[in-house]
Design a protein. Structure first.
Length: 342
């Protein structure tokens, strides 16, 4: 990945420009089915998404972030673009479930065997690789989370469905590795929603999704976007220590907004930790001193070689100005601690 001490990164998403998406529609929730939120007509949409991606890449580079993504400019949400591209997943006549925020949410129906029959994000990764010399990361929705964001109308056994999602993720991830990804991250925020099912099948599914990959791999958990989840967040994870047994090299956790007890890091002594030190509910950018203090707090529990400072979650619901300021503070705060350590 990178030999730099305390390398900074983003979780995945960066604010999409107002000229690209209807941000009012975007703010209504996290899409599980496809939404018509694009402001640019189809003949020019890919070009517009490319332009927005270049803006995101350059902002991350200017801010001083070490491990960057494409900002997920082509996605309506972190998960629906990939999930709805799979065979067996239907968005016709969507089903409805309650979201983590307690809101009724349209979701796909699984009506046949889940299979990946075409590349979904390969061009995204190729574009990112062509346009930066920095360490490049791309994200995919995790198999457990996708299974919880759909209604099963085909499989007799939900665990079989999870494993088919895992096989689809693995096929995509292998192509992303070939396309130049240095880091591949699986987003699995739903692990904490159903810890009993997670304990039964999640590690097996994650390991299947990461099978055969040689690049750095990450599992991301969070308590939900700050802009979507209202009220107090939990101060601990119901499914975390178990991830110490999975194949992923890194575990990404939200810590700044919920003021997570960092003693939980002891449960993951074999893993590098991608730690949220940027609070996305705070309408003001942190100062580098605040970021540095949060990093120092984590270093009481793990060595600097196993810490990757990051925001709590994706930044797509922030303004671009605020997101950039927070990333600049992240890079500057990490640099302060890095200087102290050297």
């Amino acid at each position: 990945m990178t030999a730099k001490l305390l390398p900074t990164t983003v979780v995945g998403s960066y604010p999409q420009p107002d000229w690209l998406v209807d941000r009012q529609m975007l703010s209504k929730g996290v899409a599980r089915v496809r939404l018509d939120l694009w402001r640019v007509a189809e003949p020019w949409l890919e070009q517009a998404q490319d332009d927005a991606t270049l803006l995101a890449i350059r902002d991350m580079e200017r801010a001083g972030i070490d491990i960057i993504t494409d900002g997920e400019m082509r996605r309506e949400s972190y998960s629906n673009r990939f999930a709805t591209a799979l065979d067996g997943v239907s968005t016709a006549r969507p089903a409805q479930v309650m979201s983590k925020a307690g809101l009724p949410t349209p979701v796909p129906r699984v009506v046949g065997p889940v299979r990946r029959t075409r590349a979904v994000e390969t061009r995204d990764m190729e574009f990112l690789r062509r346009n930066t010399e920095r360490v490049a990361k791309i994200t995919l929705p995790g198999p457990f989370t996708m299974s919880r964001q759909a209604v099963n109308e085909y499989y007799k056994d939900d665990d079989e469905m999870v494993m088919d999602f895992a096989a689809a993720v693995n096929a995509e991830a292998r192509d992303l590795e070939t396309a130049g990804a240095d880091v591949i991250q699986l987003d699995e925020p739903w692990l904490r929603q159903d810890p009993q099912a997670a304990k039964r099948i999640a590690i097996k599914a994650i390991d299947r999704a990461l099978e055969g990959l040689k690049v750095t791999t990450v599992i991301h958990l969070c308590f939900g976007y700050a802009a979507v989840v209202k009220g107090e967040k939990p101060v601990g994870y119901s499914f975390l220590g178990e991830l110490g047994a999975c194949k992923a090299d890194q575990i990404s956790i939200e810590a700044a907004q919920p003021k997570l007890d960092l003693g939980v890091l002891k449960e993951l002594s074999s893993k590098t930790i991608m730690l949220g030190v940027i609070d996305l509910a705070d309408p003001n950018a942190e100062t580098p001193d605040v970021v540095a203090s949060r990093i120092r707090a984590a270093l009481k529990y793990l060595p600097p070689q196993r810490l990757v400072p990051a925001p709590d979650c994706g930044m797509k619901y922030l303004s671009r100005e605020l997101a950039f300021a927070k990333l600049k503070a992240l890079a500057d705060g990490a640099a302060m601690v890095r200087a102290e350590l050297s």
